[in-house]
Write a protein that binds this ligand. Structure first.
Ligand code: COA
Length: 161
């Protein structure tokens, strides 16, 4: 049976922290579904389609990565694809409480669904999408934080606005 897991997030935009985790996950799964959560309450910089395209580009169109988007509950989306494992990253102790609560809530909703917590590389633990957006907005250097395609997309976005 091929091993499949799902890694969800807002990915607004995808950063080197996310790609680090995706590449680590591909060390033990055959296919990773990277799922862009569509949160209508959260104002995003990039459209869902742009976020999906940036994810594919950041992973050099790796055929083992399947990019999708979803609305609603994460576990329902995972179940609809027959994916039994959710991947989450724990960057710092401060992530733990929220992640633990979310994993238990997801288990309550779908008892057979397992959550696997992964430790990202130390040099990416301080990166978040909102900080990358903020640095890019004010013209700071983001080249070591995101894929060049994402850096270019951010530059374009802020030049437009
Ligand atoms: N490296 C770098 N940054 C990382 C990272 C990593 N390994 N992991 C997370 N981040 C960053 C993200 O960029 C994000 O930054 P931002 O807040 O500046 O945008 C931040 O950490 C939070 O990421 P994450 O915890 O993945 O939140 P998210 O909003 O991207 O995604 C969902 C959360 C979508 C998985 C979750 O809200 C969800 O499942 N929603 C669907 C509804 C549902 O089922 N809820 C659960 C029921 S309890």
């Amino acid at each position: 049976m091929p091993k499949v897991a799902l890694y969800a997030g807002s990915f607004d935009p995808i950063t080197n922290g996310h790609t680090d985790l995706i590449k680590r996950s591909l060390g033990f799964v055959d296919t990773l579904v990277v799922a862009v959560a569509v949160n209508l309450q959260k104002q995003s910089l990039f459209t869902v389609e742009e976020r999906e395209a940036l994810i594919r580009a950041s992973l050099d169109d790796d055929p083992r990565v399947v990019v999708r988007s979803f609305q609603g509950l994460l576990v329902e989306f995972a179940l609809s694809l027959d994916v039994p494992v959710l991947i989450r990253g724990l960057r710092a102790v401060s992530d733990y409480e929220y992640e633990y609560q979310m994993a238990l809530m997801n288990r309550h909703l779908a008892p057979a669904m397992e959550t696997v917590f992964m430790v990202p590389s130390l040099d990416t633990t301080y990166i978040s999408s909102s900080m990358v957006r903020e640095v890019a907005r004010f013209g700071g250097d983001i080249r070591s934080l995101v894929h060049p395609v994402v850096a270019e997309a951010l530059q374009r976005k802020f030049a437009e606005g």
